[in-house]
Design a protein. Structure first.
Length: 112
């Protein structure tokens, strides 16, 4: 398989996983805001803890980014995923902030 093909496959898989985590995080935000503290919210927290562990193991890089690096020497932040450059650059900061907000709202809902 050609390196360009491998990189394309990695980018597609990475984008699909990113989309999945978007569905998870925005469900979590909805659940926290509405007070729907159901099993899906806690599964979402579990998925993000698991993601955090994986990122920590790979020095805070996605394993797919590490794999994609073998097939590209691009300096762009979106070389490994189909996202706009600005979103790929600030992805961790944006989604960590949203997750922090979800955690604050969840704690509020639990205490009220």
């Amino acid at each position: 398989m050609q390196p360009e093909t491998r990189l394309t496959i990695i980018k597609i898989v990475h984008t699909i996983i990113w989309l999945f985590f978007n569905v998870v995080i925005f469900y979590m935000l909805y659940a926290a805001i509405t007070g729907k503290l159901d099993v899906w919210l806690w599964i979402g927290y579990g998925l993000f803890v698991l993601e955090g562990i994986v990122l920590a193991l790979f020095r805070f890089s996605c394993p797919l980014t590490v794999m994609a690096r073998r097939y590209s020497d691009s300096a762009k932040h979106n070389f490994d995923i189909y996202l706009p450059e600005w979103l790929a650059k600030y992805n961790k900061q944006i989604y960590t902030s949203i997750l922090g907000l979800i955690m604050v709202i969840t704690v509020y809902q639990l205490l009220k």
